[in-house]
Design a protein around this ligand. Sequence first.
Ligand SMILES: Cc1ncc(COP(=O)(O)O)c(C=O)c1O
Length: 450
Amino acid sequence: MNMPDEKALRHLNSALNMDALWLPFTANRQFKAAPRLLVSAKDMHYQTHDGRKVLDGIAGLWAVNAGHCRPKIVEAIQKQAATMDYATGFQMHHPMAFQAAEKLAAIAPAGMNRVFFTNSGSEAVDTALKMALAYHRVRGEGTRRILIGRERGYHGVGFGGISVGGMVGNRKTFGNMLGSVDHLRHTHDAARNSFSRGQPEHGAEFADELERLVQLHDASNIAAVIVEPVAGSTGVLVPPKGYLQKLRSICDKHGILLIFDEVITGFGRTGKAFAAHTFGVTPDLITCAKALTNAAVPMGAVIAKQSIYDTFMEKGGAETNIEFYHGYTYSGHPLAAAAACASLDLFQEEQLFERVAELAPYWEQCAHALKGLPHVIDIRNIGLVAGIELEPIPGKPGARAFEAFLRAYEKNVLIRTTGDTIALSPSFIIEKAQIDRIFDTVRDILKTLP
Ligand SMILES: Cc1ncc(COP(=O)(O)O)c(C=O)c1O
């Protein structure tokens, strides 16, 4: 499948040497035999190397929430690049980073208004885990060292993130993980919740597992729990009604910090600025990245409750002491900060989070209309996200969905698959006709898939 026409391939191979590049999360040999290259982008579309216009059904990678190459963001980056390319954030800083932090804090849940910048979601996760450990230590509870993640969680690819994460493929080859880690069970319950629209009815009690882990380890040893409010990379698992509330109250009861990894759900994906708003649960730390800059420049962030920041300051000792021994050369990089300011302004100006909430019922209806088609065993959705789970081909997990991805690309629609789930997450500027086109394409493909 997906062979570009022979002439285009010959041309590409003579123009581009692909040997040196090792692609991330990609079957390199398969890719290099039949490359899929994107060369430009505008609003809802990519242009491919062989001249096709492809409808982007996944906002790049759950990231380009305002659509591609939006002029205000492009101009902000260009202007900043010409004004000041770089300034260290260590014992120095620059105004744009403060402005970006202020704008981010302004859309975060109430009380969450202190921002630490990173360069990616993975770094945001590792930063949040370290912040949680250091927080307990500075307030005199340094025994709290255990970090609790969840099965089927994805928290990026740093050692912290894969340790608390729960995707076996991302863990099994790497040997050493962080030592003091445990996991909650995942929240997927196909028997009771298949084809739920929005939040599933059943499964709030899965949060009680945290009580079991507290009994096992003792609360005095547990620092934090980290979950994605909606697990994205393991196939769009929407939290059962009441589940996150329960997690929150068990954390409160035992003095455990709750971290929401909102790298995917942040910036409007579920219809409000953060999933914390959508589900009405405020964590202690939020990790975010991706759409923070509309994906135009790499940037991530941890948003902390003010009380956490204040604790570091109050317990920091002499004013000349560094309160948190952590940071990146590019924390708050000027180009990223400029892109973040422009993106956050654009989301607001165009009321894009509200647009998600408006489009969500139509999106849901289109997604669930695929029920009954060949291979479809579950459909899950929230905001502008949908997961369409396919029955795996026996002995070949992921193969059927990947074939769907290739066929959709041939039909000029970019979708994403994870395992045997097709995960759709377009930019918020999508029109209803484009939603139709995505689901019509998936429908046509499902009818012909092996
Ligand atoms: C929930 C979650 N956390 C962390 C990450 C890692 O982000 P990055 O790839 O920017 O390191 C991702 C990436 O998709 C994610 O979905």
